[in-house]
Design a protein around this ligand. Structure first.
Ligand SMILES: Cc1ncc(COP(=O)(O)O)c(C=O)c1O
Length: 449
């Protein structure tokens, strides 16, 4: 069987072959074995639309996995990649080697980032960016004569990726099983969820102070958090949350790592989420939107202070083969240009506000507990009962599936939340289509049915 399939590999297979090969050979992330639904094999993307191998069209309200800032199928990015491949497809950035696109991109990122940022380290994705950021935080304190300062604070329901440190910092139990032991030294704070937590900021700040007193503030290296939680349910914290958390951390010499893998590069309406909250993190982890997902690339942006310590002898002894990959960096540079040329930060802010306003109309449905968002990161929290706020997890799960098959709109469900992170080229008409689909699906499958 395997031999016969191998002989047939390549482009010769029919749709049914692809379905079978997919089942037999491809290990999908997060795939539930035994699920009998047909795999949607995507073959084409243009703007905000996708098409699968069966010829069905979908509206992409997730941006791939929160990536496709400039939309799918952009010739400009294909040309940027092709031009760089012809010039120099790849050469290492180790030691004293470098390449033009990575130097230019590092410089551009420093220009766009909050003022304190002075250095950039390139990775291949979001998990690696967080891994590097946490390494740098520990190294910073060690080189400054505080080797015992190595604990990391993160938050329940935070998501930081799947490599060991990133997975451990992730505050979702489902990521902690079966592959232990996990690294030590991680502690989890409460997520700032105004819908579920009264006096949200006060509670979180007091909890942070209490935790520092218990652990010993001089043992804590850094706190890592997403400015707006994505996987955790598009949780937008109160405006004073980050400034007050930052003040406590600063007072104790603890570094702040912003995981901006989703929020960076315009998604919230500014280049970085940090700029929404007026804070200046010591390290900012990014990926995804840096190339609009066209090629794998991540970047850790570090303050001048951290950069200077990390560059001390013997330097930063860690490199991925693909650190500073010239083709990925050339695509990122062109992607940043497109974001500017097409005013897509402004579009994320205004279209995001419009979508949020339209989502507000859904509050007349009994299962809609909360709607929230900033820019083009939005969430609808489903409940069984508005009074008790009991989460409607099963409903959200069912809808996640049915949206794709019935409404042909790709959204995502996490726990009791429906979450949305469309390309930044989304229009009012696209928003109306999403809202109509959500209403139709909630009316059909929600408790009013
Ligand atoms: C906030 C956040 N951090 C980190 C990651 C991990 O990024 P990657 O999947 O590129 O490793 C993700 C992925 O969705 C994310 O949402």
């Amino acid at each position: 069987m395997a031999t016969e399939l191998k002989a047939n590999m390549g482009l010769a297979g029919s749709g049914e072959d692809l379905q079978r090969w997919d089942r037999e050979h491809l290990i999908h992330p997060q795939y539930v074995p035994g699920a009998d639904s047909r795999t949607r094999i995507m073959v084409k993307g243009k703007g905000v639309r996708l098409e699968d191998a069966d010829g069905r069209e979908y509206l992409d309200a997730t941006g791939g996995l929160w990536c496709a800032q400039v939309g799918h199928g952009r010739r400009e990015l294909a040309e940027a990649a092709a031009g760089q491949i012809e010039q120099l497809e790849f050469f290492a950035s180790f030691w004293d080697f470098s390449n033009e696109p990575s130097v230019r991109l590092a410089h551009r990122l420093v220009e766009l980032a909050p003022d304190n940022i002075g250095g950039v380290y390139f990775t291949v994705g979001g998990s690696e960016s967080n891994e590097i950021a946490m390494m740098m935080a520990r190294m910073y304190h060690l080189r400054n004569g505080q080797p015992e300062r190595n604990l990391i604070l993160s938050r329940k329901d935070g998501y930081h990726g799947i490599t060991y440190a990133a997975r451990t910092a992730t505050g979702l139990d489902s990521f902690h099983g079966e592959i232990g032991p996990l690294p030590e030294g991680y502690h989890y704070l409460t997520a700032p969820k105004p819908y579920r937590l009264e006096n949200c900021t006060d509670f979180c700040v007091e909890e942070l102070e209490r935790t520092l007193a218990e652990l010993g503030a001089d043992r804590v290296a850094a706190m890592i958090g997403e400015p707006i939680m994505g996987v955790g349910g598009m949780v937008v914290p109160p405006d004073d949350y980050w400034p007050r958390i930052e003040a406590v951390l600063k007072e104790h010499g603890i570094l702040l790592i912003f995981d901006e893998v989703v929020t960076a590069y315009g998604r919230t309406g500014t280049w970085f989420g940090a700029q929404q909250f007026g804070v200046a993190p010591d390290l900012i982890s990014t990926a995804k939107g840096i190339t609009s997902g066209y090629l794998p690339l991540g970047a850790v942006l570090v303050s001048e202070q951290v950069r200077d310590v990390v560059l001390r002898d013997p330097g930063f002894v860690a490199g991925f083969t693909y650190t500073g990959h010239p083709t990925c960096c050339a695509v990122a540079l062109r992607n940043l240009e497109l974001l500017e040329e097409e005013d897509l930060l402004e579009n994320a802010a205004t279209i995001g506000a419009y979508l949020l306003e339209r989502f507000e109309e859904l509050r007349d449905l009994p299962c809609v507990g909360d709607v929230r968002g900033k820019g083009l990161m939005l969430g609808i929290e489903l409940v069984k009962d508005r009074e008790t706020k009991e989460p409607a997890v099963e409903l959200a799960e069912e809808l996640g599936e049915r949206f794709t098959d019935e409404a042909h709109v790709i959204i995502r469900n996490v726990e009791q939340n429906l979450i949305f992170s469309p390309p930044l080229v989304f229009t009012r008409e696209d928003c109306d289509e999403v809202v109509a689909a959500v209403r139709a699906m909630l009316e059909k499958y929600g408790p009013s049915a």
